[in-house]
Design a protein around this ligand. Structure first.
Ligand SMILES: Nc1ncnc2c1ncn2[C@@H]1O[C@H](COP(=O)(O)OP(=O)(O)OP(=O)(O)O)[C@@H](O)[C@H]1O
Ligand SMILES: [Mg+2]
Length: 593
């Protein structure tokens, strides 16, 4: 329950809705409890008319046009109808206030969570599953909304109704009321147990359904692998067994559901039976009237839903508090602070790694060990090495995705931490090894993260430099062609060239390409590199590659292996050294021949 306290700020912000809602709840209950006494008076009135031929004593308070036998019945009918309408109107407004409040809170909570997520560091995303993040912003927020909306509304409504109805019943006859109310606590407990079991089952079913969905999604995302390994039958078998579990749980739920209504009806029936039996005896003794019996039956019916919903509301509150606790778990994770200073801009954008050591968060392995090198302004720098040696990690440290565990990275002579993320983003045009394109238009994908969105000359130049013009010309809608799930799928090389265009359009001082030319042929690669030089001679170019042909023209080169730099120099020096670089060069030359 305590976790729900975090919601108080949201509720306080919308207290106006809550207050109005409460007023409408009071009014709707008031109109509701006025009905049974009218019914009672009409029945007792009919009896008086039948027995004595006289009108009941309150006839003088009734408008004169209704002063006949049928008029009296009509008047009672109109009163009942009028109050029922008023009650309905108030119930409408009670929803219009409290449920609307819950929708506002849901909206704000989702925004807050999303904003918070974006501020969290890479370490957080390494530790947690994407599905978990999504669940908290969708499922858990919905469960919390069931508290701020329905649960609060039902709780206020049912407390109000129970107080008023039970109060009135005691006012009419305390002893009979006690008898009649006996089955109701049993009803409340039964319903609590049943709805708890139902909720647990539904949660389980929900989980099974989502794993079933994920399974289908993954199967079809990787359908070409499934087909190329002829694994269709295995996948079908697995799906069938998951689907069978899902069905069995659903059948269990139907059974529990089946118990629910009969038990409610049985217990309400018991209350009515008691009313008729005890009430009937009291009528014989002259302590109760026939009208009272009907009045009580209506009361019992009025109490049924509030009492039944007690159990339902309790489980809503429990689920909401568990969900809120899960949400808070992530909301309490401290966002990664941007310690950078606003005004620092780089002039020369030279880069120096000074004894940099690095471990990924939550791991104990040194991925980089004592890395030192310098990249002068406007020079070409190549990083080459074995797979898994830490090349991409160096790139991620450069663009500020991670911070070095030990050592410093200097940009323009200042530690990289002193720059704002936005400054680094403007400084680097970064093509990462795993390229991600959004399901948006080609234009939006290229302009992603760029400040000069309206500069079409610049955009066209970036496209030409990335050797992407031919695609733009042949795509059905040119730059407005949709990519991804909603549009066309790009080939590996097209993706890479799109990513290069995306990096270039920012006109960055430093271009950092991590294996970004691996899927384009050597001829295109040379074209791109020549155009790059023509476009911006002062640009620093850091090229990470597996291909020596791709980096051999660099002024400086480092060769990485298992987190360390094992060779350093330019192409000629490294060849002369006759070490690992030279060996790799020879091997790659042979393949080319
Ligand atoms: N997010 C991560 N969390 C933990 N370890 C990681 C993470 N990313 C990479 N590693 C590990 O760090 C090491 C270096 O990875 P990195 O991606 O930098 O290698 P690489 O030189 O770019 O390899 P490749 O040539 O295959 O692209 C690897 O052993 C890898 O398993
Ligand atoms: Mg890599």
């Amino acid at each position: 329950m305590k976790s729900l306290l975090t919601l108080r700020n949201y509720i306080i912000r919308h207290k106006r809705y809550l207050f109005l809602g409460f007023i409408f709840i009071l009014l709707s209950n008031l109109f509701a409890v006025l009905l049974p006494p009218i019914v009672r008076e009409s029945i007792d009135g009919v009896k008086i008319v039948l027995d004595t031929g006289e009108f009941p004593s309150y006839i003088d308070q009734i408008p004169s046009s209704f002063k006949s036998k049928s008029g009296l019945a009509l008047f009672a009918g109109l009163l009942i109808l009028g109050f029922a309408l008023l009650k309905g109107l108030c119930m409408f407004f009670m929803r219009m206030t409290i449920i609307i409040m819950s929708r506002h809170i849901e909206y704000e909570q989702k925004n807050d969570i999303f904003k918070h997520y974006q501020k969290l560091g890479q370490g957080f995303y390494g530790r947690n599953y994407t599905g978990d993040l999504m669940n908290r912003i969708s499922d858990d927020v919905s469960k919390v909304r069931m508290f701020t909306g329905p649960a609060i509304m039902y709780t206020l409504n049912l407390s109000c109704m129970i107080l008023m109805v039970v109060g009135l019943m005691f006012y009419v006859n305390a002893e009979i009321t006690l008898y009649v109310l006996i089955p109701l606590p049993i009803l409340a407990v039964t319903i609590y147990l049943v709805s708890d079991a139902m909720n647990k089952k539904s949660d389980l079913i929900q989980k099974k359904l989502s794993s079933l969905t994920s399974y289908v999604q993954e199967t079809f995302a990787g359908i070409h692998v499934v087909k190329s390994y002829a694994a269709e039958a295995d996948f079908s078998r697995e799906f069938e067994s998951m689907n069978a579990e899902y069905k069995d749980d659903n059948i269990d739920l139907v059974k529990i559901n089946g118990i629910f209504m009969p038990s409610v009806i049985a217990l309400v029936g018991l209350s009515i039976l008691i009313t008729i039996y005890v009430g009937g005896n009291a009528v014989v003794d002259g302590k109760f009237t026939l009208g009272n019996i009907v009045e009580y039956i209506i009361y019992v019916n009025m109490l049924t839903w509030p009492v039944a919903s007690l159990g339902y509301v309790t489980s809503l509150v429990q689920r909401a508090s568990a969900s809120q606790k899960r949400i808070d778990e992530f909301m309490n994770v401290e966002p990664e602070e941007d310690l950078g200073q606003e005004q620092i801009e780089t002039l020369t954008s030279s880069i120096e790694f000074k004894n940099v050591w690095f471990q990924y968060p939550e791991t104990e392995v040194w991925v980089l060990e004592d890395i030192s090198f310098t990249i002068g302004t406007g020079t070409k720098f190549g990083i080459i090495g074995t797979t898994g040696s830490g090349k991409s990690t160096i790139a991620k440290l450069l663009v500020g995705v991670y911070r070095p565990t030990k050592g410093t990275i200097l940009v323009d002579g200042l530690p990289i931490e002193q720059y704002r993320k936005s400054t680094l983003n403007a400084l680097f045009g970064y093509v990462s090894q795993d390229i991600f394109l959004f399901s948006e238009t080609l234009r939006d994908n290229i302009l992603f993260g760029s400040a000069n969105e309206d500069d079409d000359t610049n955009l066209n130049q970036a496209i030409a430099t990335a050797a992407l013009s031919r695609e733009v010309d042949t795509f059905p809608n040119g730059l407005e062609t949709m990519l991804g799930e909603r549009g066309i799928t790009l080939s590996g090389g097209q993706k890479q060239r799109t990513a290069i265009a995306r990096a270039l359009v920012k006109n960055p001082k430093i271009l950092l390409i991590d294996d970004g030319l691996s899927a384009v042929d050597t001829k295109t690669e040379v074209t791109i590199k020549n155009r790059l030089r023509d476009w911006n001679k002062d640009q620093t170019f850091i090229n990470i590659s597996h291909r020596i042909s791709s980096v051999q023209d660099c002024k400086d080169l480092v060769f990485m292996d298992a987190g360390k730099i094992i060779e350093k120099g330019n192409h000629d020096e490294l060849i002369a050294k006759r070490g690992v670089y030279a060996a790799l060069f020879e091997k790659q030359m042979m393949v080319m021949d």
